[in-house]
Design a protein around this ligand. Structure first.
Ligand code: OFO
Length: 165
C-alpha cells in the first residue's frame, strides 16, 4: 500500500508526464506545418505517445497499490518556436527536469522504505538516461548544423534512426 506522501509524489509525476506528452504534441503540430520537417514531425508525435505511455504506467501503478491516480488539468504548452534548435533545447531542458523529478521520487521511496516503488521506478531511471542521451545528441547535431540547409535535410531524414543508436 502506498503512503500518502508517496501517492501524492507519484501523482505529481503523472502531471509531469502528461505535461511532457502535451508539450511534445505541440512541438509535433508546429513541426508539421514547417517545410521539410517530416522526420522531425514523426519524432515529436512518437515522443508524445511515449510520454503518454509513461503517464499510463504510473496511473496503473498508483491504482494497483491502493492509491488513486488523479488525471490532471494541463497548462497550454508553447505553440511556436523560432527555430528547430530552440525546440530541441526546450526538449532537453524538459527531460533534465523530468530526470531530477524521477531521482527525487527514488530518494523518497527509500525514505519511505517503499521498496516496491523503488523497484518500479528503476524503469524510469533507465528510460531517462536514454531520453537524455537522445536529446543531447539532437542538440549537438543541430549545433553543428547551424543554418546549413543540407545538414538540416540530413538531420530530418535520419532522426528516426537516432532512437535506436
Ligand atoms: Fe517521460 O520521459 Fe521524457 O519526459
Amino acid at each position: 500500500m502506498l503512503s500518502n506522501v508517496m501517492k501524492d509524489a507519484l501523482n505529481r509525476q503523472v502531471l509531469m508526464e502528461a505535461q511532457s506528452s502535451q508539450a511534445y504534441l505541440a512541438m509535433a503540430s508546429w513541426a508539421e506545418i514547417q517545410p521539410g520537417l517530416k522526420g522531425v514531425t514523426k519524432f515529436f508525435f512518437q515522443h508524445s505517445d511515449e510520454e503518454r505511455m509513461h503517464m499510463l504506467k504510473l496511473i496503473h501503478y498508483i491504482n494497483e497499490r491502493g492509491g488513486y491516480a488523479i488525471i490532471p488539468a494541463l497548462a497550454q504548452p508553447a505553440l511556436t518556436y523560432v527555430s528547430l534548435k530552440k525546440a530541441f533545447e526546450e526538449l532537453l531542458k524538459h527531460e533534465l527536469a523530468v530526470s531530477d523529478s524521477i531521482n527525487e521520487l527514488v530518494d523518497l521511496s527509500l525514505k519511505e522504505k517503499d521498496y516496491a516503488t523503488h523497484n518500479f521506478l528503476q524503469w524510469y531511471v533507465m528510460e531517462q538516461m536514454e531520453e537524455e542521451r537522445l536529446a543531447r545528441e539532437c542538440n549537438d547535431k543541430l549545433e553543428m548544423i547551424g543554418d546549413d540547409k543540407s545538414g538540416l535535410y540530413l538531420f530530418d531524414r535520419d532522426i528516426m534512426t537516432m532512437e535506436q543508436d
